[in-house]
Design a binder for this molecule. Structure first.
Ligand SMILES: C[C@@]1(CC(=O)O)c2cc3[nH]c(cc4nc(cc5[nH]c(cc(n2)[C@H]1CCC(=O)O)[C@@](C)(CC(=O)O)[C@@H]5CCC(=O)O)C(CC(=O)O)=C4CCC(=O)O)c(CCC(=O)O)c3CC(=O)O
Ligand SMILES: NC(=O)C1=CN([C@@H]2O[C@H](COP(=O)(O)OP(=O)(O)OC[C@H]3O[C@@H](n4cnc5c(N)ncnc54)[C@H](O)[C@@H]3O)[C@@H](O)[C@H]2O)C=CC1
Length: 218
């Protein structure tokens, strides 16, 4: 069973196998996340060539049937992305990745893939990732659109987000004990006056209210 996680890829090594449309999209995604990206393929898209000329992505022209090249390439990687158009090749890559205990994202096989790249979006620091794990990407994309529209229209939640981010960051500065902080979060979450300020997005007023509460506690 797959568990949803948000993983930092900055500084991690990502090997993309297959330099066509799908491999290109994945390579750029991980590059933008700060990963070191290598692409192993027989041929490369123009876009990949462009990134390689700028020294941003490393291209390795080679055949996955070359077992030694494949193993060496995978040994380097923290994550392997599989994106060739040859199912037998993709299966061989999965075998070697499993053998070397490397996580893999197989963009060509929803059942076999260990790592899923979901449909994603963000609003006000709230990140949403949706997947049907291959049942239908179109449904996943539509579900994400609906969730995003719903969040965008929820002005109170968007205000609350700004207030809570400020409150949490302030409390981390001024209340050193974790347990005390946690109990304050719970109290504030149930505090009518605080929630009124939060729904209106009144950051300064909410911070003042919280600070007064803390001093009246002591
Ligand atoms: C399971 C998953 C595994 C994974 O790849 O991690 C997977 C699997 C597969 N996708 C296939 C096809 C297409 N996928 C896209 C697009 C995206 N697919 C992405 C994710 C995922 N794709 C994972 C979760 C999916 C889910 O939630 O269900 C996105 C979000 C992320 C990204 O690629 O960065 C990206 C959106 C990019 C954006 O938002 O712009 C398009 C459209 C396009 O290319 O423009 C098509 C062609 C049209 C179509 O089929 O819909 C096929 C072949 C199907 C077949 O053979 O019939 C398989 C393999 C299979 O199903 O077995
Ligand atoms: N997850 C997703 O979002 C999507 C997945 N797919 C799947 O991804 C596959 C690839 O799609 P595209 O990138 O459009 O195909 P493509 O044909 O543009 O690219 C395939 C790449 O694999 C390379 N390749 C083939 N055999 C190789 C070998 N023996 N050694 C090294 N490299 C080899 C080719 O040189 C080429 O660069 C599709 O067949 C489909 O199954 C397709 C669309 C979206």
């Amino acid at each position: 069973m797959r568990i949803p996680l948000f993983i930092e890829f900055n500084g991690r090594n990502v090997l993309v196998i297959g330099g066509g449309g799908v491999g290109t999209r994945r390579a750029i995604k991980f590059l933008l996340a700060g990963a070191n990206v290598r692409v192993l393929s027989l041929e490369f898209s123009n876009e990949l060539m462009h990134y390689a000329e700028q020294g941003k992505i490393e291209l390795m022209r080679g055949d996955v049937n070359n077992e030694e090249l494949l193993r060496k390439s995978i040994e380097w990687a923290d994550l392997v992305v599989i994106a060739t158009n040859d199912p037998a090749i993709n299966e061989r890559v999965r075998e070697v990745a499993r053998d070397l205990r490397k996580f893999f994202n197989d963009a060509t096989n929803a059942e076999e893939t260990e790592v899923v790249v979901p449909f994603e979006s963000e609003i006000n620091g709230i990140r949403i990732a949706v997947t049907t794990e291959g049942l239908s990407g179109i449904v996943a994309r539509r579900a994400l659109d609906k969730i995003m529209n719903f969040l965008r229209e929820d002005e109170e939640l968007m205000n609350m987000a700004r207030v809570w981010y400020a409150v949490k960051s302030r409390l981390k500065e001024v209340v050193s004990d974790v347990r005390t902080r946690l109990s304050l979060y719970m109290e504030l979450d149930n505090d009518e006056k605080f929630n009124e300020l939060a729904r209106k997005g009144l950051v300064d007023e909410a911070l003042n209210y919280v600070m007064r509460r803390i001093s009246s506690r002591n």
